[in-house]
Design a protein around this ligand. Sequence first.
Ligand code: FES
Ligand SMILES: [Fe+2]
Length: 455
Amino acid sequence: MDREELVTYPLEAFQSRDYLDDEKRLLWPKIWQMVEREEDLPNPGDWLTYNVADESVIVLRKDDGSLKAFHNVCPHRGRQLVSVPDMLPGQVHDVRGNNRKSFICGFHGWTFDTDGNNTFILDPQDWDNKLTAEMTCLSEVQVDTWGGFIYINMDPDAVPLAEWMGFAGEVLEAHEMSKMRYKWRQWAIYECNWKVAIEAFLEPYHVAGTHTQLLAYGDYYAYSKQFGLHSVSGYDVREEDFATETSGGTTRSGKAGLDPRVSTYQLIKENYETVNYAASTETLVNAASRLVDELPEGTPPGDVVAHWIASAKKDDAKRGVVWPEIPADIQKESGLAWGLFPNQNILHGATYALCYRVRPYGDDPDKCIFESYALERFPDGEEPETEWVYAEPNAENWGTVLQQDFDNMEFVHKGMKSSGFRGPLPNPHQEQKVINLHRNLANFMGRGGVRKIEQ
Ligand code: FES
Ligand SMILES: [Fe+2]
């Protein structure tokens, strides 16, 4: 729930090695976390690895179409079953393959079927035949799917994934994310703690200060709200008189005071092109470009947006992309972007999503693995082939807007180490998502958290 209070939170979550060690014990093995999109494992025998902190997990598609997940470790003497190299810049993102019928450990040859049962041990009589099936099978990991994503949880006692997702899951599911496919996906190693990186995308309060060029066509006041583990932000108005929008997402009208037929187009075009062709679609940009021809001068902003959305929907239907019918009560709370605890952010629309995921990097609290990917609805058979691409963090690879965000991250991380920094003063109206991250982290970590500033 919204608690617009003056609060702060301690910095150890960003800086302390000891805190990072505790995350390995108390956070990562206890949470539902996104591994990959389902379409990456289309056929029986398809498999891939997912690493987070010191953990490595294998996820596999079985013959009956279900998914199975195991800790990537041989129960004999602990070799990784599949060798997964560290994510060094420019090298492998993960290890994956097809047609897998069994896993054979490269050390002493113990073998496992796709259910994780041990099917071969060399010289079992040497153990006096005392090894049981339970002692020699792979350790299972919970796996489930939601919105076209594969999620795992290493905690056998974890709440079901649907319960974990809660209202955030309902809202995003209404956008039929399971029918979207990757448009692009990129990753890099950044010089900041993973929380600094995700926080850079949790709040639109920074738009005016960081992405100054965007102010030419749009107004960027934001609200933010907590819903349990997760939280949402959306566009807001400072004063009711200036309400110009019909949606909390990117499909809204341009800056108040300008001709909305023109500024709506300029706003969406600029958003799309400078956020690496994400957070909108070609269809929406093209439909917006026709507003000035299709509508009379003086059309009110709300009508401009309604016409724009209706014509984009029609254009998409013609090419076989049918928009989801989003119930009004869901649309109302839908917002611009959801922060999914702890390390994911999803900026969603009817036919697209721009998503971020961050993970810690080795034992270094000053570094993280940063990933971003765009999803979109495509006509059947026109989905592009994509894979994870290592991309140095610059405007050429990521677009101007994302590069501006990256430019903050390293220096936020550095700045917070200053002995002159008295602690964060998050905006109670616009930065609830950041506050919620720290509040929920404390529940897992048993330390840190959010403290009310007494006055
Ligand atoms: S560690 Fe795997 S067979 Fe020995
Ligand atoms: Fe930004």
